[in-house]
Design a protein around this ligand. Structure first.
Ligand SMILES: NC(=O)c1ccc[n+]([C@@H]2O[C@H](COP(=O)([O-])OP(=O)(O)OC[C@H]3O[C@@H](n4cnc5c(N)ncnc54)[C@H](OP(=O)(O)O)[C@@H]3O)[C@@H](O)[C@H]2O)c1
Length: 263
């Protein structure tokens, strides 16, 4: 769609990544940007040469993308829902906030996404769910420029949020711990950080579509170093540690949803 207005509210980690990914697209999009934090406003203006407002004006058409934290949503909707025309598509990325929550304030079509920060390089994967049937404003086509899109039932979003939205943190935390262990065992901080960075960069070539456990089998050899480390992980209940982390994140998404609905 040509000349689509994209309004982005909140240009923190996710909002600025989304803006970057959308700017990379060869599409005729008109951006209207809103951010409370003065430093972020200045940084976005310096990077893209566009002005950023701190208050929403009236929004007649296009897509309004909400990239604010769940704690700020109630106040945002209370103050702004009467400024948003019914034709505007609402796009939300807020973890734990279901589409039904918005119906207390507005009757607009809603699309809910759970991307991660990789959308800034247009290499993301975007799970979504929506309250309407046919594509509207060709927005799915635009999203597919940010990465592979896939529709899911909304009740799966708690677990999707835990594994995909928060997912980069699991891998980066693991990398941080591998790096710390290597340092403790004799490498310099810089060497261990460099080597673990190269290790992480090498992983995409190992994602082949087969089950991850099968790939692990191919890396390990009997009585070798990998097997010794894997045995130690098993002995220390690695599976339980990971299950508990993903389960905690999933439960937190359910809790946020309850908290916000009880507000
Ligand atoms: N970060 C991720 O990897 C990720 C992944 C998936 C989904 N999400 C979702 O994305 C949302 C944003 O996360 P984030 O990490 O980007 O948060 P963030 O870095 O804190 O960015 C949110 C920004 O929105 C601003 N803001 C709050 N209310 C506003 C309003 N009414 N108008 C304009 N700006 C406003 C905040 O300013 P102040 O700080 O001054 O209030 C803040 O700078 C969350 O709901 C999260 O669940 C994030």
């Amino acid at each position: 769609m040509n000349n689509l207005d994209i309004h982005i509210v909140g240009l923190g980690n996710l909002g600025s990544s989304l803006l970057k990914g959308l700017k990379n697209l060869d599409k005729d999009l008109r951006f209207n940007l809103y951010e409370k934090d003065n430093k972020i406003r200045e940084a976005i203006t310096a990077e893209y040469g566009v002005s950023v407002n701190n208050e929403l004006g009236s929004i007649e058409k296009g897509v309004l993308v909400l990239c604010i934290k769940p704690k700020d949503l109630n106040e945002f909707l209370k103050s702004n829902s009467d400024k948003i025309s019914g034709d505007v598509l609402i796009c939300t990325v807020l973890a734990g906030v279901d589409t039904q929550y918005f119906s207390k304030f507005i009757k607009n079509r809603i699309i809910r996404l759970m991307p991660n920060l990789s959308i800034k390089n247009n290499t993301g994967f975007i799970p979504y769910t929506k309250t309407y049937k046919e594509d509207y404003l060709s927005f799915l086509e635009i999203l597919s420029g940010l990465g592979q899109i896939s529709e899911y039932e909304e009740d799966l979003f708690h677990i999707i949020t835990a594994i995909y939205g928060s997912g980069p943190a699991w891998y980066l935390e693991l990398s941080s711990k591998i790096s710390e262990a290597a340092e403790e065992l004799g490498l310099s901080k810089q060497d261990s950080n460099n080597i673990v960075s190269e290790l992480v960069k090498s992983l995409p070539s190992l994602i082949t579509g087969e089950e991850f456990a099968e790939t692990v089998e191919k890396i390990k050899s009997p009585k070798g170093t990998t097997e010794a480390g894997l045995n130690s992980l098993t002995k220390d209940s690695f599976d339980k540690i990971i299950f508990n982390a993903i389960n905690s994140a999933t439960e937190r998404s359910v809790e946020i949803s309850k908290e916000i609905n009880d507000e």
